[in-house]
Design a protein around this ligand. Structure first.
Ligand code: SAH
Length: 395
């Protein structure tokens, strides 16, 4: 048994924890020991005082993020055993130690029983991101355990949390915790790309689209492809490898367009099939002539970051998809995504359905896509399912 400070739950509020859901909401709390501070490791007990979980405390609607349902210490061994299990799973399913692909997610928060922590591996560098103050405070201990478990697989650990934490401390939100290499070229399914872990979004690359990009590659032969919201251009260079006639990449950020151009150049130097445009996706689609493209990808940023933005987000998805339906060639294929966790699979599908109906075109669903296996969903935490995609055949 540990002697962490305790949080006692209200009567009956231990039910979801008994089903291993890893969050304690603030409304479930009866009382707290004195002196508990943000980021502290706490012991959660039921109304009658029985142990139920250990986790990180934070102010806000999710008050405790559960690290373990065993009454143990959160020490070096704890972190090492979590990382060993995360790595073992990825070795077992052929994602880690794969020569064709040295880019993968090693730790996916709740999906790897580490709420608040993300670790993406890019070749010899692991990029680590804290989404809770508790993880931030433990970052050095975590990095040490991570380095120990990964051994010679990695040489650097970069910490990147300046955009993910609810407060700003001085200057310790990002920087190398181990090593310090500038070599930032990684490989995904044999394709190369540069990861901007200093300034990029998320950990520098959208690792979660790997399998969906592969699927797109198989649909690209001879096609005229439009990659909307291209960011670092992942879908674009897969389409080129798949034999696309040409690929147009669009992002409203000039920086993203440059990253895309550099990554295309890295794989297909001097290839004139690719052009990139720094433009708003909605404006671009408005201007495009109908039938210009056979294959369109819509992978916008999360339109709803919170439940409160849900209604507008659904309108956004409907409008965006309606524009694509209005312009895609008959016999064309649309890859359309939502990465908003607050939008369910059904709600997203309904928004796309409304867009299709508005266009009055015949539309069939070919594939229903989701996040890859290195972004696992803890079965007790359905909120972990966030990426949704549909591949549609449009007549
Ligand atoms: N498809 C990308 C990830 C997309 S992230 C990949 O596979 O890596 C979302 C991107 O949308 C960001 O790069 C952002 O700059 C861009 N974006 C946001 N709003 C936009 C808009 N209105 N028009 C075009 N691009 C936009």
């Amino acid at each position: 048994m540990n002697n962490y400070k305790q949080i006692r739950l209200r009567k009956g509020k231990d039910e979801s924890l008994r089903r291993f859901h890893p969050w304690v909401f603030s409304g479930a709390i009866q009382s707290m020991d004195e002196g508990i501070e943000e980021g502290d490791v706490v012991r959660v007990v039921t109304f009658s005082g029985d142990f139920i979980a250990v986790g990180h405390y934070q102010q806000g609607s999710i008050a405790v993020r559960v690290l373990t349902f065993s009454d143990v210490l959160i020490d070096d061994d704890f972190w090492s055993s979590r990382f060993r299990s995360a790595l073992q799973m990825r070795l077992d399913i052929g994602i880690a130690d794969n020569l064709q692909n040295n880019t993968y997610r090693l730790v996916h928060g709740e999906g790897d029983h580490l709420p608040g922590l993300i670790v993406d591996v890019y070749g010899k560098t692991a990029v680590m991101q804290a989404h809770s103050i508790g993880m931030h405070l433990c970052r050095k201990q975590i990095a040490k355990a991570l380095a120990g478990v990964m051994g010679s697989r990695i040489a650097n650990i970069y910490y990147k949390s300046e955009t993910t934490l609810p407060f700003m401390t001085a200057d310790d939100m990002s920087g190398f915790l181990v090593g310090g290499s500038e070599d930032n070229i990684a490989t995904e399914n044999g394709l190369k790309f540069r990861v901007d872990w200093l300034r990029g979004q998320k950990t520098g690359f959208f690792v979660d689209q790997r399998e969906n990009r592969s699927l797109l590659e198989h649909y690209s032969k001879g096609k005229r492809v439009l990659n909307m919201f291209c960011y670092t251009g992942g879908f674009s260079f897969y389409a080129m490898r798949g034999g696309a006639q040409f690929v147009h990449s669009v992002d409203s950020s000039g920086k993203a367009v440059k990253l895309t151009e550099r990554n295309v150049e890295l794989n297909y130097p001097g290839d004139e099939r690719h052009k990139a445009f720094a433009e708003d996706a909605f404006d671009f689609l408005d201007k495009v002539e109908r039938d210009t493209y056979d294959l369109i990808i819509l992978d916008p940023p999360a339109f709803a970051k919170h439940k409160s933005a849900l209604k507008n987000a659904l309108i956004g998805y409907r409008k965006l998809n309606a524009k694509a339906f209005a312009k895609i060639k008959s016999g064309g294929v649309l890859f359309t995504f939502s990465c908003s966790q607050a939008v369910s699979k059904e709600q997203f599908r309904l928004a796309v359905f409304s867009a299709a109906a508005q266009s009055r075109r015949k539309v069939r669903i070919l594939h229903q896509l989701t996040q890859p296996a290195d972004h696992p969903i803890n079965i007790y935490h359905p909120e972990g399912e966030y990426l949704k995609g549909l591949v549609l055949y449009v007549e």
